[in-house]
Design a protein around this ligand. Structure first.
Ligand SMILES: Nc1ncnc2c1ncn2[C@@H]1O[C@H](COP(=O)(O)OP(=O)(O)OP(=O)(O)O)[C@@H](O)[C@H]1O
Length: 224
C-alpha cells in the first residue's frame, strides 16, 4: 500500500441496498446490482482479477465492490454497510490479497500474520476461508487459516506454529503484528458493547469495518 494511513473511516453505503447479488455469477441477470466497470479498473492485480473470473465465475464487480475496493486499496479505514448478499466478502478480501501479493519480496510464513478477519459465526468463518482458498490458488505463498471455538486445539496450534499470513477467528485475541483488521457483521460483534453506534442498520443489511493498523508498505519494507 503506497498511501499513508488516514485516520478517518470512510463510510460506504450501498445506494441500491435492497438488491442482492446472490446467484451464479452471471452479471447480465442482476442488472442494478452490478456496475459496468471491471475488477482490473478498480486497481486490483491482474492475477487476482483472473482468479475472480476463473475460480469464482465473477465477470465484474457488484456496486458495493466497485464503491468499496478503491477506498480500501487507498489505505483508508472503511465502514461498509449494504444489504446481505451484495458481495461485501470480496470487497474486503480482494484488497487484502492485492496488498499481500504486491511486495517485491514475497512474504513468508515466518514473517507472521498480516491480516485478521473477525466474523460472528462459525459457518461464516468456514465460508470466508473457502473463498480465500479459491482466490489464493495462484498466490500459494499467502497462507490462510482459521481459529474458531469447538475445533481441535492441537490442530489450531499446529497451523499457527507453521505461520498464517491471513487468518480468520471468531474472537478477538492474539492480535500482535497484524496490519489489517476486518470486523464482519460489526453490529453483532459489538452487541453489548458499543452496538448502538450501528443501530441504524436494518435487519436486511449487514456491514464490515476494515481498519489499517499501519501502512502495509511500511511493514513490508522492514522485511526487505
Ligand atoms: N462480483 C460478483 N459477481 C457475481 N456474483 C457475486 C459477485 N460478488 C459476490 N457474488 C456472489 O453473491 C453472493 C453474496 O456474496 P457475499 O456473501 O459476499 O455477500 P455479503 O454482502 O457479504 O452478504 P452477507 O451480508 O450476508 O455476509 C455469493 O453467492 C457470491 O458468490
Amino acid at each position: 500500500m503506497g498511501t499513508k494511513m488516514k485516520s478517518k473511516t470512510q463510510a460506504v453505503k450501498n445506494k441500491d441496498n435492497n438488491k442482492k447479488a446472490v446467484g451464479n455469477g452471471t452479471n447480465k441477470e442482476y442488472n442494478g446490482v452490478f456496475v459496468s466497470c471491471t475488477f482490473s479498473s478498480l486497481g486490483l492485480h491482474p492475477t487476482l482479477c483472473d482468479q475472480l473470473r476463473e475460480r469464482m465465475g465473477f465477470e465484474g464487480p457488484t456496486l458495493v465492490q466497485a464503491q468499496a475496493i478503491p477506498i480500501v486499496l487507498s489505505g483508508r479505514h472503511a465502514l461498509v454497510n449494504a444489504a446481505t448478499g451484495t458481495g461485501k466478502t470480496i470487497a474486503y478480501l480482494a484488497p487484502i490479497i492485492h496488498h499481500l501479493q504486491s511486495n517485491e519480496k514475497r512474504i513468508e510464513r515466518s514473517d507472521g500474520t498480516f491480516a485478521l478477519v473477525l466474523v460472528p459465526a462459525r459457518e461464516l468463518c468456514l465460508q470466508v476461508h473457502e473463498i480465500l482458498q479459491k482466490l489464493l490458488h495462484r498466490f500459494h505463498w499467502i497462507v490462510p487459516g482459521y481459529i474458531m471455538g469447538g475445533e481441535s486445539r492441537s490442530k489450531e496450534k499446529a497451523r499457527l506454529r507453521k505461520g498464517l499470513t491471513h487468518w480468520k477467528q471468531e474472537r478477538e485475541d492474539g492480535m500482535g503484528g497484524i496490519r489489517q483488521i476486518i470486523c464482519v457483521g460489526v453490529s453483532s460483534i459489538a452487541e453489548g458493547r458499543d452496538g448502538e453506534a450501528f443501530g441504524a442498520c436494518s435487519h436486511r443489511e449487514s456491514q464490515f469495518w476494515l481498519g489499517h493498523v499501519v501502512s502495509l508498505t511500511d511493514t513490508m519494507q522492514k522485511h526487505k
